[in-house]
Design a protein around this ligand. Sequence first.
Ligand SMILES: Nc1ncnc2c1ncn2[C@@H]1O[C@H](COP(=O)(O)OP(=O)(O)O)[C@@H](O)[C@H]1O
Ligand SMILES: [Mg+2]
Length: 340
Amino acid sequence: MSAKKIQIALLYNDDSQVRNVNPQDLLAVQSTVTTTHQLCKALVGLGYSTVKIAVRNSLEELAQTLRGYSLADTLIFNNCDGFDGSNQAAAKIIHLIEDMHFLHTGASAEAAELCIDKPRAKERLLARNIPTPRCQVFEHPGEEYCLGFPAIVKPSVEDGSMGITLNSVVSTPEQLEKQVRMVLDTYAEPALVEEFIPGRELAVAMLGNEKIQVLPIAEDDYSLIKNPLERLLTYESKWESASPYYNIIPSRIPADLTPAEEKAIHSAAEGTFRAMGLRDFGRVDIRFDNGIPYVIDVNELPDLAPDAGFWHSAQAAGMTYPQMVDKIVKHALQREGWTP
Ligand SMILES: Nc1ncnc2c1ncn2[C@@H]1O[C@H](COP(=O)(O)OP(=O)(O)O)[C@@H](O)[C@H]1O
Ligand SMILES: [Mg+2]
């Protein structure tokens, strides 16, 4: 099948009417819709016959819609990062796509499930000898904490820095308990407590499958923030333009690294890509401290917005936005043997 003969079904979650999302997390959720418009524009500009399919009400409704498409020539470009306020539902959507035997871009349902569940992802990394901060998972607020301070308390299955504020960095057992309680109450999921790694923050975007193209490394530059415990990407620093933290963490691409440092970071990022079973593209977030690249987050579906990190790294590698989108499509097609 030639690449241009395929039909692309651009799948995304339109959570504008969501019932279960926390109101403070709405900005991140809504950005999926705007990004999808940009992806669609790029795909149409590339000459692909493209339809947008919003996942809105139920997975049954999605299945019904997909039944109208032919397995023989449809590639699903998957931009669903959740559904109805649940991040894990992103993997359920991929399960449905796979059960219906559609080809799709990006991680398999199994890999997505693994990446979305941060404690499980960390277990996999450790099993592959990839550094990741030491951690403890709290299912109840009163459990004894056995690691060091400062620590960071995160929801275990969110992304986009949801649930992460300056209060997430804790230095005493009392602060820790309060923050663990907040995560359990607000997100109804276990709290992941990790040792806080004070080093530089790097994001490594990658494209490919058997052969991985590592794009120029991005660094979130915290030099304007004096307190080391405030050097992190909180929800407000990522999404709220009125926040004092929104504009003071510039992204630098490429990060200023020695060849040896770059080598260590590439190795951790590529090792993570393979360990987690990522496909076509992905982004690995790292805190780099004392020469050790600690993997803190694996993004099987990184934000593809034209103002987000993945695109900035692709741009630094010399790609236009449509070229980046086309590479994702082509990697998926080649992986499935759909192109000569
Ligand atoms: N162990 C850690 N040490 C220091 N900072 C961290 C650590 N874990 C997370 N952070 C900070 O919190 C941000 C969000 O955490 P992350 O695990 O990437 O969650 P998300 O999936 O929501 O992006 C990171 O970009 C980083 O700035
Ligand atoms: Mg992250």
